[in-house]
Design a protein around this ligand. Structure first.
Ligand code: HEM
Length: 325
């Protein structure tokens, strides 16, 4: 019979303690993500998410964009931990009501429906944060953008922070230096920021977020401003929608950057990327090299997806994405 040396028995005790902690308290440490994380525990995961996103996008093309944005707004607030999905409770005010999210981020019921399908097939196994990461990838791809393999193994938060959402998410009036520093705070470079902003090649914005740009800014294309003014009056109509990209509003391509060259950026923050500053050259490159944009976008999405809650944060695999277990 094997006898334990002192150090191996210590190691065994530590390993056991880690298992007990993981079972009782949820994961206590940030994990290394890997695309094959669920290959044995939930082999159909990617297919289930893809099917859910395909049906949502078939019902409404915009949903691919909405879910991509939801993932960004999740990752920028204490890491990609599904915190944006939590409803308010008596003990915390969630992120759904934060300024950048309220009456704006949409698609929660799409994630709920996918989660229900995933639970039916692999109970209590796949985090809501991972489902959102996969759904965002599929949203991009279903609208004609690239696909990539998504590193997995995120855990879900047990809380949410409205104030962190208000503090960490950039607003449409942001200057280039603010954008660079807000992405920098997350460990993302200016290049990552400019590539990720290409997400605005799909989706819509409400009039209230671009009104001042189309009525008051000097660096806006006159016919573009006139077109947008038709459905975004000087007062009223705050929630009226306009596509970010007029030509291919639901096509994930590099038209966003071509629009910026013509001063047809919809938000002030969009046009800041091409307004005589440090990102001009990269915007030009993306505008005539779709493959470069595509590959930088994927790199930056994976980098953003690697933002995790700080080590020591208690996490879990939520059963219902809207509430902690
Ligand atoms: C660079 C700073 C950014 C700012 C200031 C910004 C701001 C905004 C604003 C104001 C809207 C319109 C929301 C509404 O009308 O309700 C919007 C929409 C959107 N954003 Fe951003 N955003 C930024 C970066 C990003 C990034 C990094 C992504 C994803 C990688 C993203 C993806 C989207 C998408 C897809 C939409 C359209 C959503 C829909 O149609 O439902 N944005 N963004």
């Amino acid at each position: 019979m094997a006898t334990f040396t002192r150090s191996s028995s210590t190691a065994a005790v530590l390993a056991l303690a880690a298992v007990v902690l993981a079972v009782l308290g949820g994961a206590v440490e940030a994990q290394q993500l890997a695309p094959n994380f669920y290959s044995r525990t939930c082999p159909n995961l990617a297919r289930i998410v893809r099917r859910g996103m395909a049906s949502a996008v078939q019902k409404e093309r915009r949903m691919g964009a909405s879910i991509l944005r939801m993932f960004f707004h999740d990752c920028f607030v204490n890491g990609c931990d599904g915190s944006i999905l939590l409803d308010d409770t008596s003990t915390f005010t969630g992120e759904k009501g934060a300024g950048p999210n309220a009456n704006s981020v949409r698609g929660f019921e799409v994630i709920d429906a996918i989660k229900a399908q995933v639970e039916a097939s692999c109970t209590a196994t796949v985090s809501c944060a991972d489902i959102l990461a996969l759904a965002a990838r599929d949203g991009v791809n279903l609208l004609g953008g690239p696909t990539w393999s998504v590193p997995l193994g995120r855990k879900d938060s047990r809380t949410a922070s409205q104030s962190a959402a208000n503090d960490n998410l950039p607003g449409p009036g942001s200057s280039l230096s603010t954008l660079i520093s807000m992405f920098g705070n997350q460990g993302l470079s200016a290049r990552d920021m400019t590539a990720l902003s290409g997400a605005h090649t799909i989706g819509r914005s409400q009039c209230q977020f671009f009104r001042s740009r189309i009525y008051t800014e000097p660096n806006v294309n006159a016919s573009f401003a006139a077109l947008r003014q038709r459905t975004c009056p000087r007062s009223g109509g705050d929630a009226n929608l306009a596509p970010f990209d007029v030509q291919t509003p639901d096509g994930f391509d590099n038209a966003y950057y071509q629009n910026l060259l013509q001063q047809k950026g919809l938000l002030h923050s969009d046009q800041e990327l091409f307004n005589g500053g440090s990102q001009d050259a990269l915007v030009r490159q993306y505008s005539n090299n779709p493959a470069l944009f595509s590959s930088d976008f994927v790199t930056a999405m994976i980098k953003m997806g690697n933002l995790l809650p700080s080590a020591g944060t208690r996490t879990e695999v939520r059963l219902n994405c809207r509430k902690v277990n």
